[in-house]
Write a protein that binds this ligand. Sequence first.
Ligand code: ADP
Ligand code: UDP
Length: 234
Amino acid sequence: MYKRVLLKLSGEALAAGSGFGIDAIFIHKIAEEIAAAHALGCQIGIVVGGGNFFRGVAQQAIDMDRVAADHMGMLSTVINSIALQDAIEKRGLTCRVMSAIEMHQVAEPYIRRRAMRHLEKGRIVIFAAGTGNPFFSTDTAASLRAMEIKADILLKATSVDGIYTADPKSNPDATKFDQITYNDILRLNLRVMDTTAVSLCKDNNMPMMVFSMKEQGNIVRVVGGEKLGSLVTA
Ligand SMILES: Nc1ncnc2c1ncn2[C@@H]1O[C@H](COP(=O)(O)OP(=O)(O)O)[C@@H](O)[C@H]1O
Ligand SMILES: O=c1ccn([C@@H]2O[C@H](COP(=O)(O)OP(=O)(O)O)[C@@H](O)[C@H]2O)c(=O)[nH]1
């Protein structure tokens, strides 16, 4: 099993069936799974997306300046992070939100050494506001934080159950890879993650696993060392 992981949770998945906002029942199920994974003895850092509220590249932002839209997107990850922190703390765990954009009244600023200390003390750390920079994604933020905290693996929990030959939502004939290399994701232009996130993991040899967060128990299984979804390595 893994000693320290970076778990990336899709923002869109938090909306569950409704497609927007946070599904109160679903977020508690996720928190329950995170608590169970933590009980196995794993140190857990989390990056949450913001797609359930706002995406810088979304249709609704088409007439906006990209930087302004990305600022909105990053703030939406803060909303999700606070909701998840609340749900995790309801399970009796200690959880800190660290934001890449300073907002002292709401969250701690992201300071790497403090994040490491929180993890060593068994606190769950949620990294909010992505990388703090526009033109990036929360997948890239997850790759970056995984490297910074020296995670054993980047676990991407999302709405699909792995990496397919094409987007399975629009191509029902697509087939799933059990294992795939960084180079093949880039070469085949598979859009399960953006190329910046994949390149960062590739250059630093950070293994990744893409799996479904819809099926209850998957997070615990993966943290426990079970191979689910698709594994990405060199
Ligand atoms: N080749 C592919 N294999 C798997 N998923 C893919 C692929 N290409 C695109 N996708 C899409 O990537 C998304 C997973 O990434 P994620 O950032 O978690 O998305 P979201 O937050 O939009 O759900 C899924 O919505 C899936 O439809
Ligand atoms: O480092 C970052 C991370 C995120 N974002 C913005 O935040 C939005 C929400 O993140 P993302 O789309 O990655 O969320 P997810 O798809 O996981 O729900 C993005 O569209 C960007 O607009 C950004 O500007 N910089």
